[in-house]
Design a binder for this molecule. Structure first.
Ligand code: HEC
Ligand code: HEC
Ligand code: HEC
Ligand code: HEC
Ligand code: HEC
Ligand code: HEC
Ligand code: HEC
Ligand code: HEC
Ligand code: HEC
Length: 434
């Protein structure tokens, strides 16, 4: 579990108990917090209403949710004769052990993963929807999903906790350069508030760098209710999902510094020719992201594998570390070349290609660095150049930074990376007279 995200440390002990605690404690800005039973102190005989109760007023959420695997989670157990197994039903039903589901026969309306698993018991709210004290909570913390999406069978939460997405807010704040607008790609509660505001909810409190509390959670990529066309309840096709943040953006042009241009690099765009016009260089890797279908970034970055008899020391891998290439993460990683073998045959082949390419790109970047380093004797000072040459130099610098900022040392698009470096080297050779 991540030591960095306070919300993840909070949860331990019984899954159900901490789920209930979570519902009471982790609310987002602007939402009233409610006591653990979700009833806000109201008095009703039965605190959990069941999804059918909610349908009357939240028809769209209900119909979206009905088509998700959550809705059928008890049917899944029934299908294998495990719907009476007490060690299984807790994560496949509502409120088991805390006043909700007891058995399929007695409480059929609480079978499956439902609204109240995520929003807290809501019978009192359903009976008195105008009462703000009784409003169900909206909880977007990954630790809520992690109450069930954990353990060796599906350690999605554990892996996410190890990922940079799990600490993206902390990473931003600790950089010392944080501004509120940075939260757009670094914090889920900020993203959610902005979205609600765009939809016309002017009461929502938009978090700042001081108040934002959520990093990039499950809900950043997954729709909690379904109703999307993508597999696995993903909010968008994968290339646009990852590419919404992993992009240098349209304003990144020579003269500016490109940041995280992974989408552009993969697609073969983003770099410039000597005259500053676009350098378009696609590669077979680009085809992974060229359409709105397909695995795109997930082909190489979200790779899962199942093991024979999953246990703590030998868990399944869900791919939610997002970086199987990170040597710092040693547990919960599939083999880093799982995503490559489909095209490259064996891991050895992919590894050999990667080693040669990355070695080459890294050394070419290192050879270019001195020309842009004020401290270095080879530094080319733009102030000493005429306007045309200064523009040329800016183009070279942009390509040099583009290849570096991509972070894959050429792998995302070997053709694009090499061509961008060719341009930079040629300009530098001309201007330095070498
Ligand atoms: C009789 C109608 C009614 C029923 C039944 C009902 N709700 Fe609501 N619910 C509302 C209204 C009205 C609001 C406020 C909508 C708004 O402010 O835009 C609301 C708001 C919510 C919110 C959003 C809170 C927020 O901060 O935006 C959630 C979550 C919610 N309900 C969940 C449920 C769940 C779960 C059930 C079933 C247990 C349920 N509701 C049943 C009428 C109802
Ligand atoms: C109460 C336990 C529980 C909670 C809380 C929970 N899930 Fe699930 N989830 C399940 C179970 C069980 C299944 C599998 C149901 C089945 O296939 O029968 C599932 C399935 C899914 C799937 C479908 C997987 C696929 O291959 O299509 C997604 C996506 C998912 N959950 C995401 C989430 C997210 C995101 C959250 C938090 C916002 C969350 N879940 C919270 C128990 C839970
Ligand atoms: C800690 C919570 C939890 C418990 C306990 C639990 N499950 Fe699940 N179960 C899940 C989640 C989460 C998923 C969805 C996993 C995914 O798609 O990544 C799931 C999915 C499943 C599936 C769908 C097939 C699959 O693997 O995708 C089956 C079958 C299943 N569980 C059976 C069981 C049985 C049998 C038990 C008891 C021995 C059990 N579960 C106990 C959380 C749990
Ligand atoms: C797996 C967890 C999960 C389940 C199951 C779930 N919700 Fe939600 N719900 C969320 C999260 C997270 C948000 C806030 C982010 C978003 O809008 O996707 C939310 C937002 C809402 C909102 C406020 C925004 C809106 O869409 O109007 C309402 C109302 C709501 N849910 C009702 C329901 C109802 C009714 C059900 C059951 C039919 C349900 N939810 C099932 C997690 C869940
Ligand atoms: C368009 C989305 C987006 C915006 C806006 C954004 N970032 Fe990021 N940031 C990212 C992505 C994606 C990564 C990871 C990229 C990588 O590792 O190549 C990242 C990584 C980082 C990192 C850690 C990695 C590193 O470079 O050391 C820091 C620190 C950071 N951003 C700071 C900021 C600051 C400060 C701002 C606001 C001035 C900001 N970010 C705005 C998307 C964004
Ligand atoms: C950065 C985006 C992102 C985040 C954050 C994220 N996921 Fe996913 N998730 C994906 C993608 C992409 C896939 C599909 C992978 C594929 O198609 O190979 C996926 C697949 C899944 C699946 C279905 C595949 C499986 O393993 O059974 C489940 C369940 C799931 N995610 C749950 C979660 C939960 C729970 C969290 C939070 C702990 C989470 N995800 C966080 C992007 C994300
Ligand atoms: C909402 C914005 C956002 C989305 C969507 C997103 N990311 Fe990220 N990603 C980030 C940020 C921000 C970081 C850097 C966090 C840090 O270092 O503090 C990051 C980090 C990463 C890293 C680790 C980089 C490193 O330096 O180790 C990888 C790999 C990654 N993301 C891949 C993906 C993939 C694949 C997807 C789609 C399935 C995706 N991301 C979706 C914002 C996002
Ligand atoms: C063909 C496989 C492949 C595809 C497709 C792919 N990547 Fe990568 N990615 C890699 C490899 C290999 C690395 C280099 C890892 C290393 O050397 O540590 C990498 C590096 C990264 C890094 C930097 C990680 C770090 O440690 O600094 C980020 C961020 C990233 N990729 C995000 C993405 C995003 C977002 C997409 C989709 C737009 C994507 N990748 C598509 C294979 C791929
Ligand atoms: C969709 C199929 C596909 C996938 C998936 C894929 N590659 Fe490639 N890759 C190719 C093709 C085709 C080429 C170009 C022909 C060649 O050089 O073998 C290539 C070229 C390369 C090159 C450049 C060789 C050179 O020096 O020009 C490297 C390095 C590479 N791939 C690494 C990887 C890695 C690492 C992965 C997984 C993380 C991966 N590829 C996944 C199809 C793919």
């Amino acid at each position: 579990m991540s030591a960095s995200h306070p919300a993840t440390r909070f949860f331990s002990g019984s899954a159900i108990l901490s789920l209930i605690l979570a519902l009471g404690v982790l609310t987002i800005g602007g939402c009233p917090s409610v006591p653990p039973d979700g009833n806000g102190g109201g008095t009703t005989e039965k605190i959990f209403g069941g999804a059918e109760t909610c349908m009357a007023c939240h028809a769209e959420n209900h119909s979206d949710w009905s088509a998700t695997r959550h809705a059928g989670a008890m049917d899944t157990l029934a299908g294998i004769g495990q719907d009476a197994n007490e060690s299984c039903v807790g994560c496949h039903s509502v409120g088991f052990g805390s006043g909700g589901f007891t058995s399929v026969a007695a409480t059929p309306e609480l079978a499956g993963v439902q609204c109240e698993n995520c929003h807290g018991a809501g019978a009192a709210h359903a009976a008195d929807p105008g009462n703000l004290e009784l409003r169900p909570v909206i909880n977007m913390s990954a630790s809520l999903c992690g109450e069930c999406h954990n353990d060796a069978h599906h350690p999605t939460f554990e892996e996410w906790s190890l990922s940079k997405h799990g600490s993206a807010l902390e990473g931003l704040i600790s950089s010392g350069f944080a501004q509120d607008t940075c939260l757009e790609c670094h914090s889920q509660d900020y993203r959610y508030a902005i979205e609600r505001q765009a939809e016309g909810d002017m009461d929502i409190v938009v978090p700042t760098t001081e108040t934002a509390s959520l990093s990039l959670e499950c809900a950043t990529c997954h729709s909690s209710h379904g109703g999307v066309d993508q597999e696995h309840q993903l909010l968008k096709p994968i290339a646009s999902l990852c590419g919404e943040c992993h992009t240098q953006g349209e304003e990144a042009l020579p003269g500016n510094t490109p940041h995280h241009p992974q989408l552009e690099m993969l697609l073969g765009t983003g770099a410039v020719q000597e005259d500053g016009s676009a350098l378009d260089k696609t590669h077979t890797h680009s085809t992974l992201a060229a359409t709105d279908e397909g695995q795109a970034c997930a082909q190489c970055h979200v790779v899962s594998h199942e093991v024979e008899d999953p246990n703590e020391g030998n868990p399944n891998v869900t791919g939610h570390t997002f970086n199987p290439f990170d040597p710092e993460i040693t547990t919960h990683q599939a083999d880093q070349y799982t995503g490559c073998t489909m095209c490259h045959g064996t891991a050895e082949t992919a590894d050999a290609l990667r080693t040669v390419l990355q070695g080459d790109v890294v050394s070419r970047l290192a050879a270019l660095a001195p020309y842009f380093d004020v401290e270095d004797a080879l530094y080319i000072d733009p102030a000493g150049l005429d306007e045309a040459d200064a523009l040329l130099l800016a183009n070279a610098k942009f390509n040099y930074q583009f290849v570096g900022a991509d972070g894959s040392s050429g792998v995302h698009n070997p053709t694009n990376a090499r061509a961008a470096l060719d341009v930079a080297e040629s300009i530098v050779a001309t201007l330095s007279g070498s």
